[in-house]
Design a protein around this ligand. Structure first.
Ligand code: AMP
Length: 487
């Protein structure tokens, strides 16, 4: 075997190895004989593709079947937030890492384990993908001098956040949050408005299998949280042998975080810990009691949960979570659909004046899982109203113009102008499950008419191609209340 042929062999072997990357229909084309149109479609549908690059772990594509759930969650949240007089804001997906480290806390899971860091080309700034919205919105409040606007400033948002968690059902690395922040008012009625808004949003999505857990995590006055932290430290130290390595370490610097630990043995220690509500200072106690009273007045059901502290350091006073109460067999059962609380010290921590605030955020993915588990039906609005088929070159030229006219008149029109044969076009119409097909051939183009075919019954009728008569005729056949949603 000479050198050249060895190299050829190597090359052949390499091609063999790379083969699966090439879709089967491409292979077919190499054989020069192009398969007929229909056969080609079938081959394409079956083609096994070994992907070179997949989506990053814990991050997912959303296609149209699911997108209708996304749209409904988005639209509903927007509607509810707007009805509570919130204004929409958007903040960068990337911020200086220090913003999150300072506000969320260096010893929280989110900062210690879950942040995605981003390198910028200069290498001078440490950047991170946002793991939540509150810190960014609080920064924006300061940066845009919002304290000079009428207080409180009420804002809502929606967008992706990133957490490098271990992916599993209901836990992703890219997730989408919707939420609100109300900055500049300490009154307990604001807490209730935010909880009310969250409650209304889930109710508007027709969800029932959830409960609201609420607690107060006190304030930084010496007699309030600091006193509680001391007794919690003592409890943790008395039980130190029962804690995981992380909690052993954290119990000395930030014992509240024991409550967030997912390890069962740490949860046992947390369950036996003293309750923070028994240590609240007079003002925090009064604030908490007022929140509970207003919630009762509004008929919003809640459950007091003395173990609820939320996983981020900036919370003060009110903390709450919306918890899924789906049966234990469901992966969402017991997980939070959303949560929030007061953060009265955060704006000051970021360099601003003392400014009380409260927020809430929910996860779109978990909300959709909950909707599906509860059997909430979301209509498919993705269906075309009509399919427009053509015959011959003149038919196609008139059809191209007609499509534009129909689109402007509010119809959603499907077509396969790239195909020549009427059979292939009608098969396409069948596949998109459209009920009506318009057929425009050479003869019709010359007569200024068009054929309307009912795809279910196969019945055909001839209509005037003039838009003034075609549009109302189509509307009548299609019972076009749907039209309003397209115009
Ligand atoms: P948090 O600020 O951590 O309470 O998050 C607010 C909401 O975002 C949660 O209640 C969840 O609905 C959602 N969420 C948080 N982390 C994840 C995650 N890793 N995957 C999916 N959803 C999440």
């Amino acid at each position: 075997m000479n050198k050249a042929s060895k190299e050829d062999l190597k090359k052949d072997k390499k091609i063999e190895e790379e083969k699966p990357i090439v879709p089967a229909h491409t292979e077919q084309r190499r054989g020069m004989q192009r398969p007929p149109e229909e056969e080609e479609e079938d081959i394409r549908a079956r083609a096994p593709i070994a992907l070179v690059v997949r989506s990053p772990r814990g991050m997912q594509d959303v296609l149209w079947d699911d997108m209708r759930y996304w749209d409904i969650v988005s639209d509903t949240f927007k509607q509810v937030a707007t009805s509570f007089n919130m204004k929409k804001v958007s903040v960068p997906v990337v911020e200086e890492a220090a913003l999150f480290e300072r506000s969320i806390g260096e010893t929280t899971d989110v900062v210690e384990k879950e942040m995605f860091f981003v390198k910028d080309r200069s290498g001078t700034t440490r950047l991170a993908l946002r793991p939540e919205f509150t810190a960014g919105v609080a920064r924006a409040y300061l940066e845009h001098g919002m304290s000079s606007k009428p207080q409180p400033v009420r804002m809502w948002y929606q967008g992706p956040v990133f957490r490098h968690d271990r992916p599993q059902a209901g836990r992703y690395r890219q997730l989408t949050q919707f939420g609100v922040e109300v900055i500049g008012e300490a009154h307990s009625i604001i807490d209730v408005q935010v909880i009310h808004l969250a409650y209304e949003a889930y109710k508007a999505l027709q969800l029932d299998a959830f409960r609201i857990d609420i607690n107060s995590v006190g304030c930084l006055n010496k007699t309030c949280r600091p006193a509680y932290i001391n007794s919690l430290k003592k409890h943790a130290q008395d039980n130190t042998r029962k804690l995981c390595v992380d909690c052993k370490r954290r119990s000395k610097v930030n014992p509240l975080r024991i409550f967030d630990c997912k390890e069962e043995k740490c949860q046992v220690v947390a369950n036996l810990a003293p309750k923070i509500t028994e240590h609240l200072c007079e003002q925090c106690k009064e604030h908490y009691q007022n929140v509970l009273r207003y919630l009762q007045d509004l008929g919003i059901p809640f459950r007091e949960n003395a173990r609820l502290v939320r996983g981020l350091d900036y919370y003060t006073r009110t903390a709450f979570e919306i918890i899924s109460t789906l049966p234990a067999t469901d992966p969402l059962s017991g997980l939070a659909l959303g949560g929030g609380g007061r953060y009265d010290d955060l704006i000051q921590l970021l360099g601003g004046p003392a400014t009380p605030a409260i927020g809430f955020s929910g996860g779109v993915e978990r909300t959709i899982m909950q909707m599906k588990a509860e059997g909430v039906e979301v209509k498919n609005n993705d269906m075309p109203d009509v399919f427009l088929a053509h015959l011959g070159d003149l038919g196609r030229r008139r059809a191209v113009k007609l499509l534009d006219d129909l689109r402007r008149s509010g119809f959603r029109v499907a077509e396969a102008f790239h195909k020549d044969g009427i059979k292939a076009q009608l098969r396409n119409a069948d596949r998109v499950k459209v009920q009506w097909t318009l057929i425009l051939g050479q003869k019709e183009a010359l007569d200024n008419t068009i054929i309307l075919r009912n795809m279910e019954s196969g019945m055909q009728e001839t209509l005037d191609l003039n838009l003034d008569s075609l549009v109302p005729a189509l509307k009548k056949r299609l019972h076009k209340e749907i039209l309003t949603s397209h115009t």
